[in-house]
Design a protein around this ligand. Structure first.
Ligand SMILES: *[C@@H]1O[C@H](CO)[C@@H](O)[C@H](O)[C@H]1NC(C)=O
Ligand SMILES: *[C@@H]1O[C@H](CO)[C@@H](O)[C@H](O)[C@H]1NC(C)=O
Ligand SMILES: *[C@@H]1O[C@H](CO)[C@@H](O)[C@H](O)[C@H]1NC(C)=O
Ligand SMILES: *[C@@H]1O[C@H](CO)[C@@H](O)[C@H](O)[C@H]1NC(C)=O
Ligand SMILES: *[C@@H]1O[C@H](CO)[C@@H](O)[C@H](O)[C@H]1NC(C)=O
Ligand SMILES: *[C@@H]1O[C@H](CO)[C@@H](O)[C@H](O)[C@H]1NC(C)=O
Ligand SMILES: *[C@@H]1O[C@H](CO)[C@@H](O)[C@H](O)[C@H]1NC(C)=O
Ligand SMILES: *[C@@H]1O[C@H](CO)[C@@H](O)[C@H](O)[C@H]1NC(C)=O
Ligand SMILES: *[C@@H]1O[C@H](CO)[C@@H](O)[C@H](O)[C@H]1NC(C)=O
Length: 576
């Protein structure tokens, strides 16, 4: 793993390089399978609760944030030599006897160095309110005394978003001071009331910061309770940088008793975000389903209802009702990623045998709808019941996607019970699906100080919530095909989102006709902050750095990956 030298290229050389890229990748069709690469990646260190992803040391490789023994945070830095992830940075909350419940890396003071926000239950907690501490990243490390403990407690894990559009992440949630949601602005860390709302937030929430109305500006999606206590969903559209009122409120699907975490994906490849909701019709989840809501249709469409395989019946795993707050709670979650790069996002879910005790992770493949009930969604999920190496992992609790080798192919990480002392074992499975399918990998950075950073810091890493990415292309059959995704739209309850997006392009080696990237904007700003590029080569990694708009500048570069021949384009651009 590692990157070659960076050098600017003219268009002629760029095109020649692309040709090389296409030729090299076309000849590599291989069988679909997953391979256990855990020992290569972690050696003997494959244990703990994987809690977040982020490039902590700005080396352009994603590092892993792991909680161990409930009060240690270990950052596994990506390395060139096996084991490819090494536990290098350690932060202990043992002295405070605190129980860490979540980890969200991000640049909370805008100095272009990644900081780490932790939520935790303090020693002798009397209720389940969470304290929040931010450890300030400096010189690519964390110091136990260089931190800020927020002076309010949160009723649930906060949502990390960019409320005021200044490209510095902010902390959103209900605190002990008021029933109205509050926002802690990154930068000067000042508290402000956030929304005028009477609604109570659902706990655990699955709020999201993502564009839901096709204007490339992230909206606020909230999971709340109606006045009668029913689960509902609110969309607060971003209007000129303001979240002024809930534009849409929808109720949960009728007859569903248990509702899992909302997930967002462009399920049918039309360029617009759809809402996916796992749910159960009974408290034990013997009858499970996944529903889809399209923004323009006020209707829940089932996209997976059949959980039977060879006489075994499966269902989601509801949160243990008697579980104590000190145990890591894992709500029903779909983790989204385009596993086979066909342009339609797939998912990973953990299911349990409803008659037995086994619990496994399954890949849900996004396929064309072939039954009447999903017709309006055009697509549906099909469960891969027998996917070897995934089905060998017993007692799985979490399964998510991760591009282990930074080659644009999404691999799989699974956490399972059964490591010693109630710890989780970490399993990593390499995705060997390398048919002639194409992708683009896009990461949007903050752009703060990219020209003039203190202490010669590379402004890389710093997980940025809220950017929205959309492409249009022509598929292998000559039809127009779109695709879209939001970057880091959710942060709480092991959302485990990646700091980048891999968008599959199917088997079409065509250029992307258009690629659009939008970012959040400040209050009162009327123009959408959006940039368009045309004729992007497939199999490239795009790094988009919104350049401070008072210093207009545009630049294109290409880097070659030492391991894999993928194009690598760095774009500094001024989003208006
Ligand atoms: C994967 O490999 C690791 C390390 O060799 C091993 O401990 C683990 O049991 C393997 N997992 C599966 C599912 O085979
Ligand atoms: C924890 O406490 C011990 C002794 O009480 C002290 O030596 C150590 O520095 C403390 N560690 C941290 C991270 O504060
Ligand atoms: C960061 O590292 C540099 C070089 O290693 C050193 O000169 C500097 O003093 C360090 N800064 C801090 C705040 O530790
Ligand atoms: C919390 O800290 C802020 C400064 O960060 C301060 O202005 C505010 O008064 C404090 N609030 C409480 C309740 O102590
Ligand atoms: C909220 O929590 C903070 C931190 O624990 C505490 O200092 C403050 O007094 C609390 N405020 C209220 C109104 O309970
Ligand atoms: C903090 O910054 C925000 C936006 O940058 C500003 O609106 C607010 O007044 C500042 N608050 C303080 C206490 O400086
Ligand atoms: C933003 O919305 C709130 C709530 O509707 C309103 O009070 C405020 O005036 C708006 N601000 C701007 C700048 O439009
Ligand atoms: C793709 O997006 C374009 C522009 O938003 C739209 O006109 C077109 O209908 C979309 N195509 C598909 C297949 O959804
Ligand atoms: C599910 O549990 C039942 C009852 O224990 C068992 O007969 C069946 O083999 C299990 N199915 C699988 C796939 O583990």
């Amino acid at each position: 793993m590692g990157w070659g030298v960076r050098r600017p290229l003219g268009l002629g050389r760029l095109l020649r390089l692309c040709l090389l890229v296409l030729l090299l990748l076309l000849g590599s069709g291989r069988a679909r399978a997953l391979r256990n690469v855990t020992a290569d990646l972690f050696g003997p260190e494959a244990w703990g609760a994987l809690a977040a992803f982020g490039d902590f040391n700005s080396d352009k490789q994603t590092d892993l944030f792991v909680i161990r023994e409930r009060n240690d945070l270990i950052i596994f830095l990506a390395d060139q030599k096996a084991p490819y992830f090494k536990p290098k940075v350690k932060l202990s909350m043992k002295n405070q006897s605190a129980v860490i419940t979540s980890v969200v890396p991000g640049d909370y003071d805008g100095d272009s160095q990644m900081d780490v926000l932790l939520t935790y239950l303090p020693k002798n907690h009397v209720n389940s309110e969470l304290l929040v501490v931010i450890f300030w990243g400096r010189n690519q490390t964390l110091h136990p005394n260089h931190k800020t403990v927020l002076n309010r407690t949160f009723l649930d894990e906060p949502l990390i978003m960019d409320f005021n559009g200044d490209l510095i992440p902010d902390v959103f949630g209900v605190t002990n001071e008021s029933s109205q949601p509050q926002i802690l602005l990154g930068g000067n860390l000042s508290w402000h009331p956030a929304l005028h709302t009477q609604s109570k937030m659902r706990i655990p929430h699955s709020h999201a910061f993502i564009d839901l109305n096709k204007d490339f500006t992230a909206d606020l999606f909230l999971t709340t309770l109606s006045s009668s206590g029913d689960f509902q969903f609110e969309i607060w559209e971003n209007k000129d940088g303001n979240f002024s009122t809930a534009s849409y409120i929808t109720q949960k699907p009728k007859d569903m008793v248990v509702v899992g975490q909302s997930a967002f994906a462009d399920f049918d490849g039309d360029g617009q975000t759809d809402h996916l909701l796992p749910a159960c019709a009974d408290v034990n989840c013997h009858s499970s389903a996944i529903y889809l809501a399209k923004p323009e249709l006020n209707q829940w469409i089932p996209v997976l209802q059949d959980f039977n395989n060879k006489g075994s019946h499966w269902g989601f795993v509801p949160i243990e009702s008697e579980s104590t707050p000190t145990k890591l709670q894992i709500p029903i979650t779909l983790h989204i990623g385009d596993y086979n790069m066909d342009g339609y996002p797939d998912a990973l879910a953990v299911l349990k045998n409803t008659t037995g005790s086994n619990q496994q992770a399954f890949l849900l493949e996004n396929v064309p709808c072939n039954i009447a009930s999903c017709e309006r969604a055009r697509r549906m999920f099909k469960v891969y019941w027998e996917l070897s190496d995934l089905n060998q992992i017993k007692d799985a609790v979490v399964a998510t996607f991760f591009d282990i080798y930074e080659d644009g192919i999404l691999d799989i990480i699974v956490l399972s019970k059964g490591y010693r002392n109630n710890e989780f074992a970490i399993h990593t499975l390499k995705n060997n699906f390398e048919a002639d399918a194409y992708f683009v990998k896009v990461i949007v950075l903050s752009g703060l100080c990219s020209n003039d950073c203190p202490r010669k810091i590379t402004p890389f890493g710093v997980n940025q919530p809220g950017p929205y990415i959309m492409y249009t292309t022509v598929d292998a059959n000559g039809y127009l095909k779109n695709g879209s995704a939001g970057q880091l739209s959710q942060s709480a309850h092991l959302a485990l989102q990646l700091p980048y997006n891999v968008l599959g392009l199917g088997r079409s080696a065509n250029f992307l006709d258009h690629l659009f990237v939008g970012i959040p904007r400040p209050l009162g700003e009327k123009t959408i902050r959006k940039q368009e590029w045309t004729a992007i080569i497939p199999n490239s990694q795009l790094i988009v750095i919104p350049y401070p708009h008072n210093v207009p500048r545009r630049k294109q570069m290409i880097e070659r990956n030492a391991r894999k021949p993928i194009g690598f384009i760095l774009m500094l651009c001024d989003l208006p």
